[in-house]
Design a protein around this ligand. Structure first.
Ligand code: NCD
Length: 290
């Protein structure tokens, strides 16, 4: 299949090539694909991923189309495969898909147009990983030897799962931190207070309330105090350390209100970089490199 479904099968050199092209776009490179059209098929809510893909398309001269899930034939029982093949038959040149099901794209064998994964279940979110890597690269100029802590709701987070695999491969040491009930095997466990002292990147994660089977038995205030990023913890961060979060943020839960736009935060920069990495993956797919 063409496009970008996961970074797990993409070699390091190719990942570096994507980031390098994204940086070129940020520095003003212009590429256009006149006459091309693409659709964003989102089966889960999204602000950043969906509209940053559409912004990337507009910057490349590609016409973006949105998919209105509520008004679509999905509610007549149409399968994902049939919906994607329909858009292909209509003449679109690529689809961006976000879906609740892990690895949904295994059902899309036979689709001929590029598919870009905008997040699958709790498994993967490759363009988020790329924009996180771009932000880290801009900050530190390398990945090798950096320490990153994925902090919060690890087990429900496709960002934690997707990021950890690639970050380890690029030579970063990946830790996880947060409540016992959200732990998994993504990385070595580290207490939040040790993480802020030791790590170059504090990668906060949103508490994914919509994926929880059971309610958390802790108040918001307690969560912030025990596992979240407070101004006091920011003041104890490693020299040069940065805070990232894929957003949307739960203000007052995993992150204190005053930390969202503090000097160490790169949250809005991540969003800006997201447009450039999406321009890069679309360009590479349309020129046969992905
Ligand atoms: C993330 C997602 O949807 O996976 N958001 C995003 O794409 N920027 C993280 C989240 O929703 O918590």
């Amino acid at each position: 299949m063409k496009g970008l479904l996961t970074l797990k099968t993409i070699p390091k050199d190719m990942i570096n090539e994507i980031i390098s092209l994204a940086l070129d776009f940020k520095n003003g490179l212009k590429v256009t694909f006149p006459g091309k059209k693409m659709v964003t098929l989102f089966y889960e809510n999204s602000t950043r991923t969906q509209y940053s893909f559409q912004m990337a398309m507009l910057n490349l001269g590609i016409t973006p189309m949105s998919f209105n899930l509520a008004g679509s034939s999905v509610y007549k029982g149409e399968t994902l495969y049939d919906t994607v093949r329909t858009f292909e038959a209509l003449g679109v040149d690529g689809v961006v898909i976000r879906h609740t099901q892990d690895v949904y794209y295994k059902d899309l064998e036979g689709v001929g147009i590029p598919i870009f994964n905008g997040g699958d279940g709790t498994s993967d979110h490759p363009t988020q990983t790329l924009l996180d890597l771009m932000t880290i690269y801009e900050e530190f100029g390398r990945y090798e030897g950096l320490k990153v802590a994925m902090v919060g709701d690890i087990s429900h987070s496709r960002v934690a799962h997707g990021n950890a695999e690639v970050m380890k491969r690029l030579g970063m040491k990946v830790y996880v931190s947060g409540p016992e009930q959200f732990k998994d095997t993504t990385g070595e466990y580290i207490e939040i207070d040790e993480a802020v002292r030791e790590c170059d990147v504090i990668n906060l994660l949103r508490v994914q309330f919509e994926r929880h089977q059971e309610a958390m038995n802790i108040t918001k205030e307690e969560y912030l105090e025990k596992y979240g990023m407070t101004p006091e913890r920011v003041s104890r961060m490693k020299k040069g350390g940065i805070i990232m979060h894929p957003a949307p943020v739960n203000r007052g839960i995993e992150i204190h209100n005053d930390v969202v736009e503090c000097e160490r935060s790169r949250i809005y920069k991540q969003m800006t970089n997201g447009v450039f990495v999406r321009m890069a993956v679309i360009t590479m797919a349309l020129t046969g490199k992905l």
